[in-house]
Design a protein around this ligand. Structure first.
Ligand code: NAI
Length: 328
């Protein structure tokens, strides 16, 4: 039996993500939580003739507790999205507090659940969740994930003309580092099956993977950031975590994890100098089974991208840790 919970279920990402989870045969129970509109979203989705039993909660009457109790996997898309001209870091002020409070709820009511953080800035909100879990004495780094799958999905899509795949998701394009601008590092030298990016297209393609989110923010013109593609990506990652938890072998996805706490993570932490980093991980019944080091043999250009990434990541991680240790 798998119980999935969405925190922020009424939002632009929350609604289509909840729809995909409701439709998934892998999920037996689905609980939706938000500060607004969950009764409506829940009633609507409840008419879908799929396996998952659905329930919805607002903060009143112990809503968070009731949503989280018995959870196996908790996905968090709660928080405000970007508007034109904003970076993901600009969201910190509001979203940091939202993620901290929801993480406190998870620590209390479902400390063993897999926690998947979508709320931006992921580079800081995942360290925030980690610090909250540490303070509560329930931190299991193998079970805490920053969802960076949209960067991978974009990289697969944007390289399709070079990978030649009819189904672009059949190309494996590792995207590592963090989840904002220059901290996003696509490793085109490590794609499989292998293909070449023409030299004159390389730079633009890297920039498009790093800043692809801005295309959506601009096109939505004030109405938010990526929601539908993010719901797809969040669902793909949630499914991967659930499939592996049920015993499927060979499930690998990049995700933003606390390196010193996961098998194989120390070598990557030493090579990069950061404790939180997105890298392909092999998933298993207890979460991260192994962090896979894809840093060996990267090209000179990729090394430069990684240097810029680490520079930015350090400050983002520190900001998240500080927010919990020394609250403003
Ligand atoms: P939205 O504003 O449409 O939805 C957010 C939802 O969170 C709203 O329904 C709101 O009521 C709810 N919420 C606010 N405070 C809450 C709380 N304390 N508890 C529970 N729910 C709460 O925003 P959207 O577009 O769905 O984006 C959500 C987040 O996801 C943003 O931070 C955005 O930047 C991030 N995002 C992350 C991506 C990634 O790749 N990881 C990609 C795209 C967006």
């Amino acid at each position: 039996m798998v119980k999935a919970v969405v925190l922020g279920a009424s939002g632009g990402i929350g609604q289509p993500l909840s729809l995909l989870l409701k439709a998934s045969p892998l999920i037996d129970e689905l609980a939706l939580y938000d500060v607004v509109n969950t009764p409506g979203v829940t009633a609507d989705l409840s008419h879908i003739s799929s396996v998952a039993k659905i329930s919805g909660y607002l903060p009143k009457e112990d809503g968070l507790k009731n949503a989280l109790t018995g959870a196996d996997i908790v996905v968090i898309p709660a928080g405000i999205p970007r508007k034109p001209g904003m970076t993901r870091d600009d969201l910190f002020k509001i979203n940091a507090g939202i993620v901290r409070d929801l993480a406190k709820g998870i620590a209390e009511f479902s400390p063993k659940a897999f926690t998947l953080v979508i709320s931006n800035p992921v580079n800081s909100t995942v360290p925030i969740a980690a610090e909250v879990f540490k303070a509560a004495g329930v931190f299991d780094p193998k079970r805490l994930f920053g969802v960076t799958t949209l960067d991978v999905v974009r990289a697969e899509t944007f390289t399709q003309e070079y990978s030649g795949q009819k189904d672009p998701s059949k190309a494996t394009v590792p995207v590592i580092g963090g989840h904002s601008g220059e901290t996003i590092v696509p490793l085109f030298s490590k794609v499989s099956p292998s293909f070449d990016i023409p030299a004159d297209k390389y730079e633009a393609l890297v920039k498009r993977v790093q800043f692809g989110g801005d295309e959506v923010v601009a096109a939505k013109d004030g109405a938010g950031s990526a929601t539908l593609s993010m719901a797809y990506a969040g669902f793909r990652f949630s499914e991967a975590v659930i499939r592996a938890s049920k015993g499927e072998k060979g499930v690998v996805e990049p995700t933003f994890v606390y390196l010193p706490g996961v098998p194989g993570g120390d070598a990557i932490a030493q090579a990069t100098g950061v404790d939180f980093f997105s890298t392909p991980v092999e998933l298993g019944p207890s979460g991260v089974e192994k962090a896979i080091n894809v840093l060996d043999g990267v090209t000179e250009r990729e090394q430069k991208l990684l240097a810029a990434c680490v520079e930015g990541l350090k400050g983002n991680i520190e900001k998240g840790v500080e927010f919990v240790k020394n609250p403003p």
